[in-house]
Design a binder for this molecule. Structure first.
Ligand code: ADP
Length: 403
């Protein structure tokens, strides 16, 4: 079975074609800058070949038509016929309170995803456009499945997801913590159970997804009980361009003193803050570390801030769960930055966590346990694979349909 995984943004459509017999990636790429004169497709095949096609596509539908052409014809061709693609799995950012698991796309499902577009204005409308593009271009019989970033966090109790605002705003606008990166937190949780051969229902773990966007989750017995991102992905940790948590009064103070509109303030918090805002030069953690090493004080502060915040959340979530068995690091920073993992886990012996510095370095960019043998709490690096989990969910639902 071959499954196409789609991750659509407002001007892009990332894809991976996965062979579910081997779970290997057949091809992957991105239709970029949809709706602009610079639109193009990058397409990489499993044999290491890279292609770039400069083609104009005004909307997601034309982009998807072009993608189908790339997959089935020319030098980058990876399938003889479109009918080889058994199903499509879509990543959806916001499922609100409506979806706690992945589902088959129906008219009703589309309607609900659209109805909560207010909660993810940059993402949900684009997801619907991508679903409709697939429906137009592929045979009607090809099932489409939606997998939500928020679904894994739906198990949080009200004490974790509510904000202490007048209750009417929860009722009227559904203002609450939703959490994001759920597919990644779920993937590494399952992989931890697999790698350790343990019964996940008996484990308390903290999963740290650290990339351009970062979030940490408390996972008790395989279920998420708390997470750092909130109503939107802006909350929690300092990120590439997002501020993470700030005192809400600061937002009002800046708006007032700088005469900013809500949209301008939103832009400042989401696109001009975080590593970029502090350093003034970069949102990329590698460049930030380089700037810090070269003596930039704000970059040094930004590097320290993320590590300090992670440490703090590990402690907070251990307390919330009444114990901790393992900390898992994943995402571009979590998987690749041995210095971050080292600093986060240093001076945590009092707490039961002791890192093995040698393993931490040797396993960098790999997968495995990096805590010392006598550490009560384990620490792991587990590379995430959100696309694979989307493909697995898709396969499971499609097989259920065929029964
Ligand atoms: P996204 O959240 O967009 O999926 P990734 O998970 O790929 O992003 O993470 C990207 C981040 O990972 C970037 O900030 C990048 O600098 C960081 N990263 C990659 N390699 C390293 C490294 N060796 N040391 C520190 N950070 C790294």
């Amino acid at each position: 079975m071959k499954i196409l995984v789609i991750n659509a943004g407002s001007s892009s459509l990332k894809y991976q074609l996965i062979d579910m017999t081997t779970e290997g990636v057949i091809a992957k790429g991105n239709c970029e800058r949809i709706g602009t004169p610079e639109s193009s497709i990058t397409h990489n095949t499993a044999d290491g070949k890279k292609f770039k096609y400069d083609v104009y596509f005004p909307t997601h539908t034309e982009a998807f038509e072009k993608l189908v052409e790339v997959l089935t014809t020319g030098e980058g061709k990876v399938v003889d016929d479109l009918s080889e693609i058994s199903a499509v799995g879509h990543r959806i950012v916001q499922g609100g309170k409506y979806f706690s698991e992945s589902v088959l796309v129906t008219d009703e499902v589309k309607k609900i995803i659209s109805s909560i577009s207010d909660l993810a204005p940059l993402h949900n409308p684009a997801h619907i456009q991508a679903i409709e593009a697939c429906q137009k271009v592929l045979d009607k019989s090809v099932p489409q499945i939606v997998v939500f970033d928020t679904a894994f966090h739906q198990t949080m109790p009200p004490k974790a997801y509510m904000y202490a605002l007048p209750y009417e705003y929860y009722e009227k606008y559904q203002i609450r913590k939703y959490g994001f990166h759920g597919t990644s937190h779920r993937f590494v949780t399952a992989r931890y159970a697999e790698l350790t051969g343990s019964d996940i229902t008996t484990k308390k773990i903290v999963t740290c997804h650290l990339g351009n966007g970062s979030s940490i989750s408390a996972v008790d017995g395989g279920k998420c009980v708390d997470t750092t991102m909130g109503f939107t992905p802006l909350d929690g940790l300092i990120m590439g361009t997002r501020s993470g948590a700030v005192d809400p009064s600061v937002v009002l103070y800046i708006m007032k003193n700088q005469n900013l509109t809500p949209d301008e303030m939103n832009d400042l918090l989401n696109k001009k803050s975080g590593f970029l805002g502090l350093s003034g030069t970069t949102s990329d953690s590698r460049d930030l570390i380089k700037a810090a090493d070269e003596g930039s004080v704000p970059a040094q502060i930004a590097v320290r801030m993320l590590r300090y915040q992670i440490k703090k959340y590990i402690g907070a979530f251990a307390a919330a769960m009444g114990g901790l068995d393992a900390v898992v690091f994943t995402g571009g920073i979590g998987e690749n930055s041995d210095s971050l993992r080292e600093e986060v886990c240093t001076d945590m012996e009092f707490f039961g966590l002791k890192i093995d510095l040698d393993k931490n370095q040797k396993l960098n960019r790999g997968e495995g346990k990096i805590s010392a043998d006598d550490s009560k709490i384990e620490a792991w690096i587990i590379p995430t694979n959100e696309e694979l989990l989307i493909a697995r969910d898709t396969k499971k639902i499609v097989e259920g349909l065929n029964k």
